[in-house]
Design a binder for this molecule. Structure first.
Ligand SMILES: NC(=O)c1ccc[n+]([C@@H]2O[C@H](COP(=O)([O-])OP(=O)(O)OC[C@H]3O[C@@H](n4cnc5c(N)ncnc54)[C@H](O)[C@@H]3O)[C@@H](O)[C@H]2O)c1
Length: 386
């Protein structure tokens, strides 16, 4: 089998930049039949020395502080945009216009107009675009979707999607780009609820309308004295205001008629990546918790009342599980979801047809988040139209 080389680049080398890079290198290990070997051509990073360090560690041929060099580099076919949210629109549009395929992190910009601008640029350029909604790549989530679609739990009546984390709970958590409107956009909405909306749509279809409430629980944080990556601390730094929400609760009405509740919080002490869903149908239910990624709780049968819930360990028949382990109940991890995402992105590029998430998913998610903000302001129900 001939193996094609595809030039890839990464813009922004913080947490996600590293995860995307590692995912590219692992795709040929897990998906050899794809026949593509990503070549790490270039990395762009604003913090002095960080791109060079990434090049040294992972083998990028070129390290730069200017992402525009990547847009102009003919050796680059595809680019990961893993910079902060306020840069997604400018960088995403410019790269698409330069003919680069895009794997861009959620939430794709500061709001729905940014996501739409990137989606339009990708469509106009005829390049492929994938988005970092990694949780739908979990084999158990795909199995849950299949179970729901098969009708085995009956007609879906209602669902809960939760995303609770403590990553911003520490009072010394630094005032990074995430807490500023201009650089982060929304707070927990873009950071976590964006994933929740994508999961809800993936499992249950489009959302028609919603009503939401938001709150800021840690109103002030210390400014970091030096460059940050991920969730840094800044004890003793000059205090500044948190400009976006820590918490959202939201009622959802799906086009199917099902009802839903979405709740997300970034300052939940005692919660570490408590992400998951519970979907109820007229005859059964299905439950998933990210922390037990390959397990589903499934209630099915004809009992209606006192119907037991079984734990199902998903295996090689579910999603892309077989690319990782030969039998059920071998644990997979977060990084594996990104390997699946990288594979689907590269497959979209090689087959020139979307495979996995697209910028349309980003526009739908961002439109729902915008609607949540409007509803939190007005206090009423808001229709969701991308
Ligand atoms: N899918 C997920 O589960 C997930 C998880 C975390 C973050 N994200 C998303 O990934 C993106 C990055 O988040 P992160 O946690 O990696 O943030 P981070 O702060 O760790 O990394 C961002 C990096 O971009 C760099 N950067 C800033 N301006 C730049 C520029 N002009 N050119 C090049 N580099 C620049 C920063 O110096 C930093 O190293 C965000 O959009 C975030 O929402 C997604």
């Amino acid at each position: 089998m001939s193996v094609r080389t595809l030039g890839v680049a990464v813009v922004g080398f913080g947490w996600m930049g590293r995860v995307h890079t590692q995912a590219y290198t692992r795709v040929p290990h897990h998906f050899p039949h794809l026949g593509v070997r990503p070549k790490l051509v270039a990395v762009a990073e604003e913090v002095p020395g960080r791109a060079e360090e990434a090049a040294e560690r992972y083998g990028f041929g070129t390290a730069t502080r200017d992402w525009r060099e990547i847009a102009a580099d003919p050796r680059v076919d595809a680019v990961s945009v893993t910079a902060p949210n306020f840069l997604h629109r400018e960088i995403g549009v410019a790269l698409a216009e330069a003919g680069k395929h895009l794997w861009i992190e959620k939430p794709v910009g500061l709001d729905a107009s940014d996501a739409r601008a990137v989606a339009d640029a990708v469509a106009a350029a005829g390049v492929q675009g994938s988005v970092g909604f990694n949780y739908r790549n979990a084999p158990a989530v795909e199995a849950a979707r299949d179970l729901i679609a098969s009708g085995e739990i009956g007609t879906v009546t209602h669902a809960r999607v939760r995303l609770f984390s403590d990553y911003a709970a520490h009072p010394e958590g630094a005032l990074t780009w995430r807490y500023e409107r201009a650089r982060g956009g929304s707070g927990v909405l873009g950071d976590l609820a964006s994933h929740g909306v994508d999961l809800a749509r993936f499992l249950l279809g489009e959302i028609d309308a919603l009503t939401a409430d938001t709150a800021v629980f840690v109103p002030e944080r210390a400014r970091p004295a030096e460059a940050t990556a991920g969730h840094a601390r800044a004890a003793g730094g000059e205090p500044g205001p948190v400009e976006n929400e820590d918490y959202v609760s939201c009622l959802l009405r799906f086009a199917s008629g099902a009802r839903g509740v979405l709740e997300a919080c970034r300052v939940s002490v005692g919660e570490q990546n408590n992400y998951g869903f519970e979907v109820h149908g007229t005859r059964g239910a299905v439950f998933w918790d990210f922390r037990r990624m390959n397990e589903l709780g499934v209630s099915r049968g004809t009992a209606y009342q006192d119907q037991p819930v079984s734990t199902v360990y998903v295996g090689p028949g579910a999603g892309e599980y077989a690319a990782f382990q030969p039998g059920a109940a071998n644990a997979m991890g977060y990084d594996d979801l990104k390997v699946i995402e990288a594979y689907r992105f590269l497959r979209s590029v090689t087959e020139n047809t979307p495979y996995g998430t697209t910028l349309t998913d980003a526009v739908h998610s961002a439109a729902a988040l915008d609607a949540m903000l409007r509803s939190a302001e007005s206090g009423g129900w808001v229709s969701v139209r991308p």
